[in-house]
Design a protein around this ligand. Structure first.
Ligand SMILES: Cc1cc2nc3c(=O)[nH]c(=O)nc-3n(C[C@H](O)[C@H](O)[C@H](O)COP(=O)(O)OP(=O)(O)OC[C@H]3O[C@@H](n4cnc5c(N)ncnc54)[C@H](O)[C@@H]3O)c2cc1C
Length: 391
């Protein structure tokens, strides 16, 4: 009998962790890891932080792939799927199990001008070389990546303008009430923040704004979000619902095909909805569950999602999922250096955002995990430890 074959499409964090966890779980069949980029797996969070600041050049995860007995195929792109066979732009691979870990890719805006993105190591290295003192950098989008890049570019003495269509930064991720609390951070860093400003098109040398205004730029970075990189599955029977739709066990609609990381939209029993997170922590942890399931186990993947961002000298952390919240409770004054916010549905804590309050983050995570009833009055009192809000 020939050895079992597992093929992993996508050699980012989720793909790498999958092969590591499979071997750790005792999988002894063949393993093939296929990545579209010409680099071995690397970490993305430092690209907009330490790499952009110039303190590191290489964020490689330095995988011990030799010791894992993995065939690594770089510069090869998965292109389609048939019964038990993955097609790439190079070869075809038979599989018993296919793990889809192709991540996400940035959304582009209309227009003929050059727009840069910040997703890959190549993007980051090329962009960093352009960030010289006085460079007029225009960032489209005041989301997580936009804020981190603005922080780094301002520190490199660029002239930074951030253009945002919504009324506040982070409006899509956290809502305008929280987003408004971050507006002063841009002012402090001497960054021009143009809110409620939609971009009509990206042109050579600048942006045409809705309404006709012209915003000149030496470099333009579009940071308006990402979409799951699953276009290559369009002709396959794999069900797509804002990413590869997977169940609690990370299985897709096609037997033998699973998905993890930014491209996977998993069913969360905890939150009663399908979730697709774009969080490093998910790409790190989901593969252990998947590996257990591919080696005979039956584990549910149902995390309390966690994300962090380092912006304007602050550590911003978020845990949970606040869709469906009925109340937002401030914990501390958002004009002060350290504060938090809690989202509730009735008397249950759904999510916590903290600014330079790691203890609150940890305690909030435990409260959400436990599903305990909480006292809203205590949550809102910074003098009371968050864990003491449990009823
Ligand atoms: C600049 C930046 C900063 C970030 N900072 C934070 C942070 O501070 N905190 C946080 O929680 N998260 C952060 N993230 C998000 C985090 O990095 C992602 O959630 C994580 O990388 C997801 O891992 P992944 O393996 O699922 O996807 P990816 O990292 O996107 O890896 C997928 C890989 O698959 C490859 N691929 C795509 N299509 C194909 C194909 N058809 N065939 C083969 N290969 C393919 C891609 O080239 C890529 O290498 C950041 C992301 C970026 C870009």
């Amino acid at each position: 009998m020939s050895a079992e074959q597992i093929v992993v499409a996508g050699a980012g964090l989720a793909g790498l962790r999958t092969v590591e966890e499979l071997r750790a779980a005792g999988y002894q069949g063949t393993l093939t890891l296929i990545g579209a980029e010409n680099r071995p797996p690397y970490d993305r969070p430092p690209l907009s932080k330490q790499l952009m600041a110039g303190t590191v050049d290489d964020t490689s995860l330095r995988p011990e792939l030799d010791s894992l007995d993995v065939t690594l195929r770089l510069g090869e792109r998965a292109a389609g799927l048939d019964d038990g066979v993955l097609h790439t732009d190079g070869e075809d691979y038979s599989f018993d199990h296919l793990v889809i870990a192709t991540g996400a890719r940035p959304v582009a805006l209309p227009g003929p001008g050059r727009q840069r993105f910040l997703r890959t190591a190549d993007d980051a290295l090329e962009l960093r070389a352009k960030l010289r003192p006085g460079t007029r950098l225009v960032i489209i989008g005041a989301g997580w990546i936009g804020a981190e890049l603005a922080t780094a570019a301002a520190a490199r003495s660029c002239q930074v303008t951030v253009v945002e269509a919504a009324a506040t930064p982070l409006a899509g991720a956290l809502g305008t009430e929280i987003g408004a609390a971050t507006i002063p951070w841009y002012e402090e860093a001497d960054i021009e923040l143009r809110l409620g400003t939609a971009v009509e098109s990206v042109e050579e040398g600048g942006l045409r704004l809705a309404g006709g205004d012209w915003l000149p730029a030496d470099e333009i970075v579009t940071a308006v979000g990402v979409r799951p990189d699953v276009g290559w599955l369009a002709a396959s029977p794999v069900r797509i619902e804002n990413g590869v739709a997977v169940d609690e066990y990370l299985r897709s609609s096609v037997p033998g095909v699973c998905a993890v990381g930014d491209c996977a939209a998993f069913w969360s029993r905890r939150f009663g909805r399908r979730l697709r997170t774009e969080h490093w922590d998910g790409a790190l942890r989901a593969p252990a569950v998947l590996a257990a399931n591919l080696t005979g186990g039956s584990e549910r993947y149902d995390p309390v999602p966690y994300f962090w961002s380092e912006q304007f000298g602050r550590m911003v952390q978020y845990v949970g999922h606040h869709a469906g919240a009925s109340e937002l409770i401030w914990r501390g004054d958002p004009a002060s250096p350290k504060w938090a916010a809690c989202w509730l549905a009735g008397d249950r804590l759904l999510a916590v955002l903290t600014v330079d309050l790691p203890k609150d983050l940890m305690q909030g995570r435990r409260l959400i995990e436990s599903g305990a009833q909480v006292d809203a009055g205590k949550l809102g009192d910074q003098a009371v430890p968050l864990r003491a809000a449990a009823c």
